[in-house]
Design a protein around this ligand. Structure first.
Ligand SMILES: [Zn+2]
Length: 298
């Protein structure tokens, strides 16, 4: 599933491409993409709009439109937002021209198509169809919509103190704590594993057991893991493609995620896989410390 670095990669690539273009027409090919809104209503509202930019909040893509409106999109499991420069003759997922009459793999999974005024097309493709979109009509409504979303980990607000307040008294495992979008926005299964490894913290440690030095280490580790992901252009384990339809390289740089049985990059102990809150979790049993629950009163 695309996480913050994957969504950020798409934003950084497509924002300069889309800024100032007009959306001549939006075609919603799968009503599930914008439900409960009827496709015709969304198509009418977005058709003719000028794009003011592409931004990100957590794992959400925010397509800024004129009139203070925002088309919010979430890629969920297998969604991709890809700029198709050559219309139907180019397969953005494979980056190659197609033979006459051949249908691109992306096109088969097309859920929505933005026809831009300059002839290019923006495709929302999604084989598993969990991706979604909705229109927010004002800046205030956008703020309200994201009021319950946690802190942005790449912002100045994400401090060890902030992390400490969010974790105080929590008995949930650190892995689950990092995945909770209402506390920290944008971290998912991959980068939670990578951050805990960098911080040398065991994924099953109770979140509330962190001491100041752990909070600082975890804050730094989350930032470093996400920045490495952005640097690598995101991770393409399954379906993720960047805004140009190309694979990221972060999957080749994982320290522990999906590395079961391989030697720990720090101490060479084989990496172990367990399941935490239903999610596959990878860690080094030797150099990631399992913290004990702290006594309430001391
Ligand atoms: Zn190790």
């Amino acid at each position: 599933m695309p996480e913050l670095p994957e969504v950020e990669t798409v934003c950084r690539q497509l924002d300069p491409e889309l800024c100032g273009t007009t959306i001549e027409r939006l075609e919603v090919l799968d009503p599930r993409w914008c439900r409960p809104e009827p496709p015709a209503k969304l198509e009418k509202a977005v058709g003719g709009a000028t794009v003011e930019g592409l931004d990100r909040r957590g794992k959400y893509l925010l397509l800024g439109l004129d009139g203070d409106r925002t088309l919010v999109m979430h890629l969920r499991m297998t969604g991709n937002l890809v700029l198709a420069e050559g219309g139907d003759t180019l397969d953005p997922s494979e980056g190659r021209r197609l033979y006459e009459g051949e249908r691109s793999t992306s096109e088969r999974h097309l859920r929505a198509r933005f026809r831009l005024g300059d002839g290019r097309e923006l495709w929302f493709t999604d084989p598993r169809r969990f991706g979604e979109a909705f229109l927010v009509e004002s800046e205030a409504a956008l703020v309200a919509r994201f009021a319950k979303l946690g802190v942005e980990p790449l912002s100045d607000e994400f401090t060890p103190e902030h992390l400490g307040e969010a974790a105080a008294g929590r008995t949930a495992p650190l892995k689950s704590f990092l995945l909770d979008q209402s506390r920290l926005a944008g971290v998912g299964n991959i980068y939670a594993d990578e951050a805990l490894f960098r911080a040398r913290l065991h994924p099953l440690s109770p979140a509330g057991s962190m001491r100041p030095e752990h909070l600082e280490a975890l804050r730094d580790a989350v930032v470093a893991a996400l920045e490495a992901g952005i640097e690598g252009g995101g991770a393409s384990i399954d379906d993720y493609r960047d805004g140009r339809g190309e694979r990221g390289t972060m999957q080749d740089e994982f320290l522990v995620h999906t590395r079961e049985g391989e030697p720990c990059p720090r101490c060479e102990t084989p990496i172990v896989k367990i399941v935490v809150s239903g999610r596959s979790t990878y860690y080094c049993p030797s150099c990631q410390v399992r913290l004990r629950r702290r006594a309430r009163r001391r």
